[in-house]
Design a protein around this ligand. Structure first.
Ligand SMILES: Cc1cc2nc3c(=O)[nH]c(=O)nc-3n(C[C@H](O)[C@H](O)[C@H](O)COP(=O)(O)OP(=O)(O)OC[C@H]3O[C@@H](n4cnc5c(N)ncnc54)[C@H](O)[C@@H]3O)c2cc1C
Length: 386
């Protein structure tokens, strides 16, 4: 599918952005008309055609970056209505693929694809993780030959969200050997190009996400498929993955809130002695402990969110992501324990725990985030004294 050529301003309507409450209500309206099992592509199409994808960005333009409050509202609405896999499919695109494409300075395939994506008509995967490596990006082995008129890409991208349901993938490739950060370039690879094969990842945990592996076997494309300036890809990766890390933290708050509310309902409905499990002091204290954690995470998103959304602050993004990973893991573990045997039912919280382990891996492992925070220890300490 080729994205229509039109301005990537984002919104279907050009009127001023609606207030946040109204925005949430519109998201819920669109999502309410879909089944719980809607795929990421279906969700994306519905949100795009209703104009809400564009409205998630400042000035309703993906090139201007996300509006933190709206990004949080969008992800909370998606999380409430569809499964983890489909929410993941939206999260990666809204935070990373679409802004990266829209930031392309010259008119051409990237900007056209961004326009199609924001309208919900096109889906674009974000292919950084390589067969050779995930965490050590500078060691990636996907190669790019850059000629004056034509380029050639070869390599394999693994565990890529939207791979099986996208029109094109943004592929991070190296145009010269070595680890120097200027050795990397983004390429927009249509999945219909000769030499592209896509295989679904062998897991049921992320149904709806289209997660899969993309093999590129000497894929030849016009030079116009290069996105941004050659050599600038790692810098733009850092910028855009920071926003995905913020998105993960906002999603984490919404997910924990939803699971905690469900757990509290179950505890109140489960008889114990003269009352219910909820009436046991020990149970309420454990529950309260997790509420404290989620409030802390939410406070962190409020404090640091705009530093990521507006300034692409990578330390702030790492603080958010490491906190989100730990919070989601701890909250879901406590809630799973409190739900007892019922948690093991099909689609129950024990399944959700396995899915949500993604918060500590996808988009950069928790260890990698802690390394970023550790490298910035003096700055973080100085800010604590402010
Ligand atoms: C469902 C799903 C969707 C995904 N979607 C995308 C996508 O859309 N685009 C994309 O590009 N990638 C995607 N990924 C890949 C994801 O970003 C990588 O899994 C992640 O970056 C980690 O890389 P890896 O899996 O190769 O782990 P590895 O790099 O092999 O690391 C394995 C483990 O080693 C440890 N480790 C690694 N490095 C360090 C370190 N420096 N210090 C201490 N410990 C370390 C950690 O415990 C880590 O979990 C997705 C993954 C999943 C599971």
């Amino acid at each position: 599918m080729t994205a229509p050529a039109r301005e990537a301003t984002g919104a279907r309507s050009t009127s001023a952005a609606a207030p946040a409450g109204e925005f949430s209500a519109r998201c819920a309206d669109v999502l309410g008309s879909m089944g719980r099992h809607a795929t990421g592509r279906q969700v994306w199409a519905g949100l795009g055609s209703a104009g809400v994808l564009g409205e998630t960005y400042r000035a309703q333009s993906p090139a201007a970056g996300v509006d933190r409050a709206r990004l949080g509202a969008l992800l909370a609405a998606v999380d409430a209505h569809v499964g983890i896999g489909s929410t993941l499919a939206v999260c990666v695109q809204i935070a990373s693929s679409l802004p990266l494409l829209a930031a392309a300075s010259a008119p051409g395939p990237a900007r056209d694809m961004a326009a199609g994506a924001v309208a919900g008509e096109a889906v674009v995967a974000f292919g950084a993780t390589d067969e050779a490596t995930g965490s050590d990006l500078a060691a990636l082995s996907t190669t790019l030959r850059l000629d004056a008129e034509e380029i050639e890409v070869t390599g394999t991208k693994r565990w890529i969200t939207n791979a099986t349901q996208c029109d094109a993938a943004l592929v991070l490739a190296r145009h010269r050997p070595g680890r120097h950060f200027t050795s990397f370039t983004w390429v927009l690879v249509p999945v219909t190009a000769a030499g592209v094969t896509v295989e679904a990842a062998d897991t049921e945990l992320f149904d709806g996400s289209g997660t899969g592996h993309i093999r590129l076997d000497r894929v030849r494309l016009p030079r116009s498929q290069v996105v941004g300036r050659p050599g600038m890809a790692l810098a733009s990766f850092a910028e855009h993955i920071a926003v995905e890390r913020l998105a993960g933290a906002l999603w984490g708050v919404a997910l924990c809130r939803r699971v905690l509310a469900d757990t509290k309902r179950r505890l109140a409905a489960r008889p114990y002695g003269d009352g219910s499990l909820w009436h046991l002091e020990g149970v309420r204290q454990r529950f309260a402990d997790t509420l404290v954690l989620v409030r802390q995470l939410r406070a962190l998103t409020a404090e640091l969110g705009d530093r990521v959304a507006v300034h692409h602050d990578t330390t702030a993004a790492a603080l958010l992501k490491s906190s989100a990973a730990a919070t989601v893991e701890r909250v879901l573990a406590e809630c799973a324990q409190l739900q007892g045997a019922e948690g093991f039912a099909a689609g129950g919280i024990q399944h959700l725990r396995a899915q949500a382990a993604l918060f500590g891996i996808g988009g950069g492992t928790r260890e990698l985030m802690l390394s970023v925070v550790g490298d910035a220890a003096d700055t973080v300490l100085a800010e604590l004294a402010d």
